[in-house]
Design a protein around this ligand. Structure first.
Ligand code: 2HA
Ligand code: ZN
Length: 271
């Protein structure tokens, strides 16, 4: 199979995978994706046709390490292990994997094009997607990255209390709440790739679309990869505004409660 074969006559699938490549480029340009940092996983099941389904896998099934009953027969595109976002941006099929979950819901197999092994974070990303299907939520994309200013703000306990950072970031510029209306959840530090981190993330995603991993990065979800990226981007912009004010030597006032309430009403936002 040549490099582009599975995308060749599948414009919708190609578009979805090239959206990931576009976002991977933004993550690199923003300085949020050093070396192999970060991951993106997208549920592409709806773009897989019968012919693609009938293709045999490259290699034998690999154990996920978890059983994910809602993902039976689902297909995903994800970054390859040890691959760089900046490389994925220019060559998504050489630096990402297309996988399907086998009928026992405990293994995946690579279907095409090249035998790129998926990210080591795959089990936790898949656990999140399993939860979406279980809850009937129409989210298809998960993005993990290391946004500099947001991570810096997670290095003090005062911002890690429930909704403190979220409320502060919303108050830096009106659009933040409009475009990240559920705010920023917090997960206290856990070992990267651990099951504890995945479980705590799934817990926070019941109430938030973006979750801060203390002293590490953020994990965002959305109906597509752009939506997940945009939410991180607006939150990090607010973090930059906060830090710019601090660098000028003052604590920013933030929008007042009355201004926040007016915004929420005008944009039909929760809370
Ligand atoms: O996959 O960023 O936290 C690379 C990471 C893990
Ligand atoms: Zn990370």
């Amino acid at each position: 199979m040549n490099n582009l074969s599975i995308l060749k006559y599948r414009p919708e699938l190609k578009k979805k995978i090239y959206e990931v490549a576009e976002v991977a480029g933004y993550l690199w340009q923003k300085g949020w994706a050093e070396r192999n940092g970060g991951n993106i996983t997208v549920n592409i099941t709806e773009h897989v046709d019968d012919e693609l389904r009938s293709l045999s896998a490259i290699g034998t099934p690999v154990a996920i390490g978890l059983t994910l009953p809602r993902l039976k027969g689902c297909w995903f595109y994800c970054k390859g292990t040890n691959r760089r976002m900046r490389d994925l941006a220019s060559a998504p099929m050489d630096n990402g994997s297309v996988i399907r979950i086998t009928d026992d819901c405990a293994h995946y197999e690579i279907v095409a094009d090249k035998p790129v092994q998926p990210t080591s974070e795959l089990p936790s990303h898949l656990a999140v997607h399993n939860d979406f299907v279980e809850r009937g939520v129409d989210y298809k994309a998960s993005v993990h990255t290391h946004p500099i200013e947001l991570v810096a703000m997670s290095h003090t306990g005062k911002f890690l209390k429930k909704d403190v950072l979220s409320t502060l970031l919303w108050s830096m510029i009106p659009e933040t709440k409009a475009f990240c209306p559920r705010g920023l959840g917090i997960v206290p530090y856990q070992l990267p790739g651990s099951l504890e981190l995945a479980e705590a993330t799934i817990g926070q995603l019941q109430d938030y679309d973006v979750v801060m991993w203390e002293k590490h990065g953020v994990f965002a979800v959305g109906t597509d990869v752009m939506e997940a990226f945009d939410q991180i981007d607006v939150l990090n912009k607010s973090a930059q505004i906060y830090m710019s004010a601090k660098a000028m030597g003052f604590e920013p006032d933030g929008m007042t409660d009355a201004q926040m309430k007016e915004m929420s009403a005008a944009f039909n936002l929760p809370k």
